[in-house]
Design a protein around this ligand. Sequence first.
Ligand SMILES: Cc1cc2nc3c(=O)[nH]c(=O)nc-3n(C[C@H](O)[C@H](O)[C@H](O)COP(=O)(O)O)c2cc1C
Length: 192
Amino acid sequence: MRILPALLLALLLSGTALAAGETVRLPEPDRIGGMPLMQALAERRSIRNFSTEAPDEVTLGGLLWAAWGENRRDGRRTAPSALNRQALKLYVGKADGIWLYDAHDHALVRVSDIPPGKPLDDAPVVLIFAVPEGDPCGGMHVGSVYQNVGLFCASAGLANVVKASTTRDQGMFPFLPEGWKAQATQSVGRPR
Ligand SMILES: Cc1cc2nc3c(=O)[nH]c(=O)nc-3n(C[C@H](O)[C@H](O)[C@H](O)COP(=O)(O)O)c2cc1C
């Protein structure tokens, strides 16, 4: 038996199953540091081979804030959105399950105990971008956010690749609310 399923089984049997809705606050992002923007643009690229080592919490917090965090007191975000409706949900798949990024509290809220399966398991962190079905601006919003991630990764020395092929089978995303679909995913980790 692989270690993770064995751990989940042990937790279930001990009556301490991981709770859906469990919330984990992320470390505050460093809003000043990082590589100069022009250098990050020069470094941005797709890298498809990842180390199994997961990015630490500080790095993950910075990544999610750069992606789709609140950057102003009025709740507006690091990426623009049509009419500021912010119609994009950012999910994070990790070995311990699937989490929804709560930008207001800069926290992760668990939506599933089950880690992402194939083909989403190529990296220790997989971002899942969900938008309302039929939203004509959905693809634009996803593109803004994955570019933020790509630039953060360039600055932080992380590997990443955007994939749309991973969303052909919407059955991979049973945690999405009714009326939402996964538009693309982005695998992130340390380069191997
Ligand atoms: C909307 C979109 C969908 C993509 N889908 C996939 C995919 O399904 N599989 C894959 O390996 N790469 C995918 N890519 C990555 C592209 O192949 C990659 O960005 C391209 O080769 C250019 O390389 P660069 O990112 O290093 O500039 C996708 C990129 C975008 C923007």
